[in-house]
Design a binder for this molecule. Structure first.
Ligand SMILES: NC(=O)c1ccc[n+]([C@@H]2O[C@H](COP(=O)([O-])OP(=O)(O)OC[C@H]3O[C@@H](n4cnc5c(N)ncnc54)[C@H](OP(=O)(O)O)[C@@H]3O)[C@@H](O)[C@H]2O)c1
Length: 290
């Protein structure tokens, strides 16, 4: 899998396997889910060495167990976790608990899951200072944010000593967030896209169906693989997930072809004809494209 260089000099694999959505465990204190461990081991052995976890997914213990059982050396894996973005809590304590559950002594990437816990810009700035301290301790190689919009990033940038390396957002042709991605580029913040298959799976039927089919035929892949490639070909990181081994293997095909800039542009333009958001629906109005 290709690597993307981040603003702190570290590199991140451009395609990651997500422990959220389908793998989400609502009761994090319940006994370890052996099936979930098996699924994640399968994903690692299929070639997904970038694993996207989070405190709120309730499955850091399973992720840690899968890392051990996979037999892949820790340093060959790229492990992300996130501090809850809705709960007010002590950052150091939450991070220490995440490391303990994961059974790791460091993560490659630590993210603030969302800005929704903050009542004021100062709350965001204080949380970011905590993240900077964690990075300085060496226990998180890279730090970043998730679900931040421009005003949230602007607040953080006002006092930041370290620019966030990444903003992980829902991103697909039907949710392109206006000028947020340009703002990322201007500040050297990488974009990581979750929900990348939305236009090919959840939001069907839609204006992109025929284009995805045509391109899938041209490259001998599925529309899902076109959807993933559209993200990577914009210089972004893509996060996907599946419990289906064949599908995960097939998704590895995304490293074997590239869309032309014209095809990327065509998908972007057609995508703007429909608006669809699949996550955090309680935080955004139905017509909010930000
Ligand atoms: N930061 C955040 O707030 C946030 C929010 C959401 C997600 N994420 C992260 O991003 C990761 C990926 O998100 P996502 O699950 O939305 O990604 P996605 O890759 O867009 O969707 C994956 C889902 O699509 C299904 N799927 C794939 N191909 C399909 C097909 N051909 N037909 C029908 N269903 C198909 C998969 O089911 P099968 O198991 O059947 O393949 C899986 O449930 C999450 O796991 C999480 O780590 C982060």
């Amino acid at each position: 899998m290709d690597l993307l260089k981040l603003n702190d000099g570290n590199e991140i694999p451009t395609m990651g396997y997500g422990l959220g959505t389908a793998n989400y465990k609502s009761d994090g204190s319940s006994p370890p889910d052996k099936e979930l461990v098996k699924t994640v081991v399968m994903a690692v052995n299929t070639g997904y060495h970038h694993l996207d976890g989070a405190e709120v997914y309730g499955n850091e213990a399973e992720l840690g167990q899968a890392i051990k059982e996979s037999g892949v050396p820790r340093e060959k894996l790229y492990v992300t976790t996130k501090i809850s973005g809705t709960k007010v809590q002590d950052t150091q304590e939450a991070f220490a608990l995440s490391l303990k559950k994961l059974g790791l002594d460091y993560v490659d990437l630590y993210l603030i899951h969302a800005p929704f816990f903050a009542k004021t810009p100062e709350d965001l700035q204080a949380k970011w200072a905590d993240m900077e301290a964690i990075q300085a301790s060496g226990k998180a190689k890279t730090i970043g944010v998730s679900n931040f919009l421009k005003p949230d990033l602007e607040a953080v940038l006002k006092t930041a000593k370290v620019i966030p390396a990444i903003n992980q957002i829902e991103y697909h042709p039907y949710l392109q967030h206006g000028d947020l991605v340009d703002f990322h580029k201007k500040h050297g913040i990488a974009t990581a896209a979750y929900g990348p298959l939305t236009a090919a799976v959840k939001a069907k039927p839609g204006p992109l169906d025929a284009t995805y089919e045509e391109l899938a035929k041209k490259y001998g892949v599925t529309p899902g693989e076109i959807a993933l490639r559209w993200v990577i070909d914009q210089g972004m990181v893509v996060l996907t997930t599946s419990s289906n081994e064949q599908r995960l293997k097939d998704y590895q095909k995304v490293s074997q072809f590239k869309l032309t800039p014209k095809e990327v542009e065509e998908i972007s333009e057609i995508g703007k004809k429909k608006h669809f958001r699949g996550f955090w629906l309680d935080k955004f109005a139905a017509d909010d494209k930000s």
